[in-house]
Design a binder for this molecule. Structure first.
Ligand code: ATP
Length: 370
């Protein structure tokens, strides 16, 4: 019962109709967010969509033009960053190069004039959390990117914040190190039980780390959900396209029959699709987009489809990728689609080979055209 769960869920961070207008740009346009205590929450979106501004509004580095930010139930309107129970890890790490690892981590506590013994104890604890005890006396220039990232994390954690804000925390690392640090971030989140709010433009990173993801587009939240909800049940064409590859076909609704919808594409194909979002009142003639994931399309050399969608076309490219083949097909309608399937061909067909593309109605989702 989701209502019962919500009644007991403690919210750590709330945004209420928040806007942020800079001189020429409106970076955030009426964002509402409920971030639960202890969850790993990601804000995902393309460059310039307003992710960082949203995080900075939570941190208190920016003030909303309208709307309100609450942390642990308290309005933050007149609370400066250093008085908020949050700490930020920046993509650039922002370490002090002239201070040792130990001093970098102790810095904030010295400013707060904590007793010497308390500082020592907390720094030791933070170093242990990020497995950097052995390198406490090094300087940032003597550390690898991953180690610098750990120091930046320790420096934020030493203040014992309720909420950790992470701005593209792994953006500066190479792919292998990035994967390793993803695992460490997940472990840290699990061990500490803190609320993590991470900004990223990396879909895979958001999918693999988060309890919930909010997808931002042009200053607004397009959808909030668990990774599988976002991937399998996107609500808009933008979300479907941004999270993983998809084939988008634009068109208009011809007829509705229960959860099945027949759509006439702009290229005059009749596609049978399924609606996911029962709250949207779809009606004939409405403009929609159909999303079909490349892995849900099957190519055959013979016309062998009984029901669902089957369209004739010609192969344009075939790429062998070990576990699967990646194909581009030009359909008779003129639409180009990509297909990713296990290599079921006896031998790889040549480009220009006629093929039949098949997918079931439940594999084509009707989405709001955004
Ligand atoms: P990126 O992934 O590239 O960092 P983002 O999604 O984090 O992008 P923001 O940095 O929040 O996006 O920026 C959103 C919009 O607001 C952009 O158009 C940006 O140019 C504008 N903007 C951000 N900060 C300022 C500022 N201090 N002054 C003026 N405009 C700003």
């Amino acid at each position: 019962n989701p209502d019962a769960r919500d009644a007991y869920t403690v919210l750590d961070v709330e945004l209420r109709k928040v806007f942020k207008v800079f001189k020429v740009d409106t970076a955030v346009r009426g964002v509402d967010l409920d971030i639960r205590q202890g969850e790993f929450f990601s804000i995902l979106g393309p460059s310039g969509c307003g992710k960082t501004t949203t995080l900075r509004l939570i941190a208190g580095f920016e003030m909303p033009t309208a709307g309100e930010v609450l942390i642990q139930g308290k309005p933050m309107t007149n609370v400066p960053p250093y008085r908020r129970p949050v700490n930020t890890v920046f993509q650039s790490y922002a370490l002090f190069n002239h201070l040792s690892v130990w001093e970098n981590i102790a810095f904030g506590l010295r400013i707060k004039r904590l007793p010497r013994a308390a500082i020592a104890e907390r720094v030791k604890e933070a170093l242990k959390l990020v497995k950097m005890e052995a390198l406490a006396n090094r300087f940032p220039a003597q550390l690898s990117g991953g180690q610098q990232q750990r120091v930046a994390l320790a420096r934020a954690l030493v203040n014992r914040p309720a909420v950790l804000l992470l701005d593209e925390p792994l953006g500066a690392l190479d792919l292998k190190l990035r994967k390793e640090m993803q695992v460490e971030l997940t472990n840290l989140h699990r061990d500490l039980g803190l609320t993590f709010i991470m900004v990223t433009h990396d879909q895979e990173e958001a999918l693999s780390l988060s309890d919930r993801i909010s997808v931002m587009h042009d200053g607004k939240i397009e959808q909030i959900g668990t990774p599988s909800e976002i991937y399998e049940r996107p609500q808009t064409a933008f979300v479907a396209d941004f999270i993983g590859d998809t084939n988008l076909l634009k068109g208009r609704i011809l007829s509705l029959n229960g959860s099945e919808i027949e759509v006439l594409t702009e290229s005059k194909m009749k596609v049978v699709a399924q609606r996911l979002d029962s709250s949207t009142a779809w009606h004939p003639q409405a403009s929609v987009a159909i999303s079909v994931r490349p892995e849900n399309i099957q190519l055959n050399l013979e016309p062998s489809c009984l029901q669902g969608n089957c369209f004739e076309g010609r192969l344009q490219h075939v790429m062998y990728l070990g576990t699967h083949v990646h194909c581009v097909v030009e359909l008779k309608s003129g639409d180009r689609i990509t297909v990713k399937q296990p290599n079921t061909f006896a031998s790889l067909p040549d480009p220009h080979t006629p093929v039949y593309a098949y997918w079931g109605s439940k594999d084509s989702l009707v989405l709001a055209d955004s």
